[in-house]
Design a protein around this ligand. Structure first.
Ligand code: CAA
Length: 405
């Protein structure tokens, strides 16, 4: 078993770490307070190639592997959750689905500009009354001649008002439950598409979260991803990728709590000694270190499985559940280490605590993941082969331009 990272992975991690240290960490507190997304971040992430990091070069990406995607998400969330959320929706839940399920034409037309960062992408599954209970969604895409007429409203959509492309799930046959759901690529400039932002969130305040409404939006088969009725499976396969980005990001949030707590404990003096000398402070640091290591390894296993092209729904679920749950624990402990200062926005740990709470809710609540793990353990649930698997990482294919005919 080889736990070492290769040169390319280390290089990508360093590039994102430098960006986070120099351009995000110094200003992020201010944007969080303003509750606005810094307009410079998305273009800068595009420029650095982050928005296409693990997409093959032939589709406008950087050609790195799935382990690198996890490392990038860790570095982004070390700085702030909002930047990792961008990767979760743009890459994990949307671009990777186009790579997995898209036709060649859809890859050229939608994936390539997304990977280049010319277009931003989002994922529209959740509705105002429908979160975990995906199969009961109310959005419909009614077939009329050779067109689909899409109606519905999606809620809690990251990048709702910023994205150009949406992966939108709707029922083409409401009588079939989960098997009547179909996935569509919708663009923000289509007549009948409106979006808006949600304000007053506990965390992810420097990010963009909102709603997407579709009223009589006309779509054709060219907008359909996969076959009619495959939408539920496609949504679940998207979540296998999105949850990996969330779990890897939460690993970075645990590391942020650990690093900031160590820094503070070394300079804060009580009872005549730095608080790093007090056993109960040491215990908190020790737990954070343990949670970081376990979260890192669980998520790297997922990256490795994806590189091999092995179905990883269970491993992704446990990695996401563990990392996000422990990021909340780590943030609580980090605030405690900082004492009263942890209660103020003079230090970043109160932001970490507010941001951590989203991770145990979006992309499957911790309770959904517990149910899934128990069902796997009992054998009630199994990972079956898919019609279309996420392709295994093949450096030759990923890094080379296609040969001209
Ligand atoms: N990949 C491919 N196919 C899959 C799959 C996967 N990961 N998981 C399940 N399937 C297939 C199954 O094989 C099964 O196929 P067959 O009918 O052919 O046997 C079919 O889909 C149904 O699967 P299940 O029986 O496992 O489905 P379920 O009804 O038990 O699933 C659930 C229930 C686990 C609660 C699921 O609905 C779920 O995960 N809900 C949570 C939804 C979620 O995470 N929402 C977050 C939205 S994203 C977001 O928040 C974005 C944002 O912008 C922040």
């Amino acid at each position: 078993m080889d736990f070492s990272l290769n040169e390319e992975q280390l290089q990508a991690r360093k590039m994102v770490r430098d960006f986070a240290q120099k351009e995000v960490i110094p200003v992020i507190g201010e944007w969080d307070r303003k509750q606005e997304m810094n307009p410079a971040f998305l273009p800068r992430m595009a420029e650095l190639g982050i928005l296409g990091i693990n997409i093959p070069v032939r589709y406008g990406g950087q050609g790195f592997d799935y382990v690198t995607l996890g490392l990038v998400c860790e570095e982004l969330e070390r700085a702030d959750t909002t930047l990792r959320v961008v990767m979760s929706v743009h890459m994990g839940l949307n671009s990777m689905a186009l790579l997995q399920w898209g036709t060649e034409e859809q890859k050229q037309h939608f994936l390539t500009p997304q990977a280049k960062g010319e277009k931003y992408a989002a994922f529209c599954l959740t509705e105002p009354g429908i979160g975990s209970d995906v199969q009961n969604m109310n959005s419909t895409a009614k077939k009329v001649g050779d067109k689909y007429i899409l109606n519905g409203e999606k809620m809690w959509i990251s990048l709702a008002s910023k994205a150009h492309h949406f992966l939108y799930f709707a029922k083409t046959d409401p009588s079939q439950g989960a098997k009547g759901i179909t996935a569509f690529i919708v663009t923000s400039d289509m007549p009948g598409v409106t979006t808006g932002d949600i304000h007053g969130k506990l965390g992810v305040r420097a990010g963009s979260t909102g709603w997407v409404k579709c009223e009589d939006v006309e779509l054709t088969a060219a907008n359909r991803l996969g076959e009619e009725g495959e939408g539920f499976k496609i949504a679940m396969s998207c979540l296998d990728n999105g949850r990996y980005t969330v779990g890897s990001g939460a690993t970075g949030l645990i590391r942020a709590c650990l690093e900031e707590s160590i820094k503070y404990a070394e300079q804060r003096v009580t009872f005549g000694v730095p608080i790093s000398q007090h056993q109960l402070v040491k215990q908190k640091i020790a737990f954070m270190q343990q949670w970081y290591d376990a979260a890192f390894l669980l998520n790297m296993r997922v990256g490795w499985l994806k590189n091999q092209g092995i179905r990883n729904t269970r491993e992704t679920s446990v990695a996401k559940w563990y990392a996000t749950d422990h990021s909340v624990q780590a943030a609580l402990e980090a605030v405690q280490v900082h004492g009263a200062y942890g209660f103020s926005d003079e230090y970043p740990v109160e932001r970490y605590l507010r941001n951590s709470k989203g991770g145990v809710i979006y992309e499957g609540t911790s309770e959904i993941h517990q149910l899934m793990q128990a069902d796997y353990a009992f054998g009630f649930r199994e990972d079956k082969p898919l019609r279309c698997e996420l392709p295994a990482y093949d450096a030759e294919y990923w890094q080379n331009e296609p040969e001209l005919a």
